[in-house]
Design a protein around this ligand. Structure first.
Ligand SMILES: *Cc1c(COP(=O)(O)O)cnc(C)c1O
Length: 379
């Protein structure tokens, strides 16, 4: 099955009870048993729920994996991956990271004795010097948030394999429409399904997809033991979102390209970060591992003025000033004061999150309206 068919049918069966085409919302916590243990595969909804299972099968299908797991949020999914580790274990992670991931790693898991190395991975050759006997996991985000750095998944997977490490890739920005990390050698794909997979800014959810049965069983154990699962209603909404992922992504990519090109030609703009530009430092890797360049675009203004950046985001009318990304509507954010406020100023500036940086999640509205909005806001 090809991708555009998988988003609609992948892992899905019509409901056996009445043949409903969409999986019913099984809004139940528990299931009747005829005799102790005599049930139809479902006992309790933290462990299994038919609507959630349908979604988990869809996740596995679109990422070319075998096993999917749905969580209450993207961070709950990341939390489950780190719980595979033990005190003393070490993780090598991308340095330009979603702020909440950085907070979870440093403020929660470092306290449990897990050590994180945050490094620039744009050159995969950097990674090996941080590998030691305690290293268990490489954590990659690509393209990164919000600097749009691109990391070579295949080269990183080769290093992980050589040293017997797990490789997990946060595929939230790219989605499987653009890149499929498991095909490139990753062990775990993670999503904030809150973003493009859900696609309509109406739910918070996380996903993991793996191929290996033993790894899947360990993660299912953690999912059930820790209990950060999503409910049936949200599972239904995410399934509905995934059905249009390919058409939405196609438009996100077209509009993202138009906005990136417009900004690059604007006299007040200092720099535009978008992996589709030929002078993007890892454009060749992006071209090789992604099918297109996505709808996320970041930029800075000349003079790097904090107040001016705030003014621009306040002036936008079609773009909504809001956290999050990946919905049908265009959003703008100011990372230094919003998503990355939890990262110390010196740390964030090292990775390029300067005061004037603005991040756009380019939606699927009409391209002309988006550009006109930027024109009036930037001035
Ligand atoms: C939003 C996001 C997360 C966290 O997901 P939640 O669903 O908000 O918990 C993780 N990684 C990336 C890249 C994100 O954009």
């Amino acid at each position: 099955m090809k991708f555009n068919t998988k988003t609609i049918h992948g892992g899905q069966e019509h409901d056996p009870a009445y043949g409903s085409v969409m999986p019913p919302i099984y809004q139940t916590s528990t299931y009747a048993q005829s005799t102790p243990g005599g049930h139809k595969g479902y006992e309790y909804s933290r462990t299994h729920n038919p609507t959630r299972n349908a979604l988990e099968n869809a996740f596995a299908s679109i990422e070319n994996g075998t096993y999917g797991l749905a969580f209450a949020s993207g961070l709950a999914a990341i939390d489950a991956v780190i719980k595979l580790l033990e005190p003393g274990d070490e993780v090598i992670s991308t340095n330009d990271l979603y702020g909440g991931t950085y907070r979870l790693f440093t403020k929660v898991f470092e306290g449990f004795g897990i050590k994180f190395h945050f490094i620039g991975m744009e050159n995969a050759g950097n990674i090996e010097q941080y590998v030691n006997d305690n290293t268990k996991l490489i954590w990659v985000e690509t393209p990164t948030n919000p600097m749009m750095n691109v990391i070579d998944i295949k080269a990183t997977a080769d290093i992980a394999r050589q040293h017997n490490l797990l490789l997990a890739v946060d595929n939230t920005f790219a989605t499987p429409y653009l890149q499929r990390p498991l095909d490139l050698g990753a062990d775990i794909v993670m999503h904030s399904a809150t973003k493009y997979l859900g696609g309509h800014s109406d739910l918070v959810m996380g996903a993991l997809v793996v191929k290996d049965k033993e790894l899947a069983e360990r993660l299912y154990f953690i999912q059930n033991a820790s209990g950060a699962v999503c409910g049936p209603q949200d599972s239904f909404l995410a399934l509905r979102g995934i059905k249009t992922l390919h058409v939405r992504m196609q438009r996100h990519c077209e509009n993202g390209k138009a906005v990136a090109n417009y900004l690059a030609s604007h006299p007040k703009i200092e720099k535009v970060y978008w992996p589709g530009f030929e002078d993007h430092p890892n454009h060749d890797v992006a071209k090789a591992q992604m099918d297109d360049f996505g709808g996320m675009v970041s930029f800075t203004t000349k003079g790097n003025n904090y107040e001016e950046a705030i003014k621009i985001v306040e002036n936008l009318k079609v773009f909504t000033l809001a956290e999050s990304l990946g919905g049908v509507e265009s959003l703008a954010g100011h990372p230094a004061s919003m998503t990355h406020a939890s990262i110390p100023k010196e740390e964030r500036e090292k990775t390029g999150v300067v005061d004037s940086l603005i991040r756009l999640s380019v939606g699927i509205e009409d391209e002309d309206d988006l550009i006109a909005d930027l024109e009036q806001a930037i001035g």
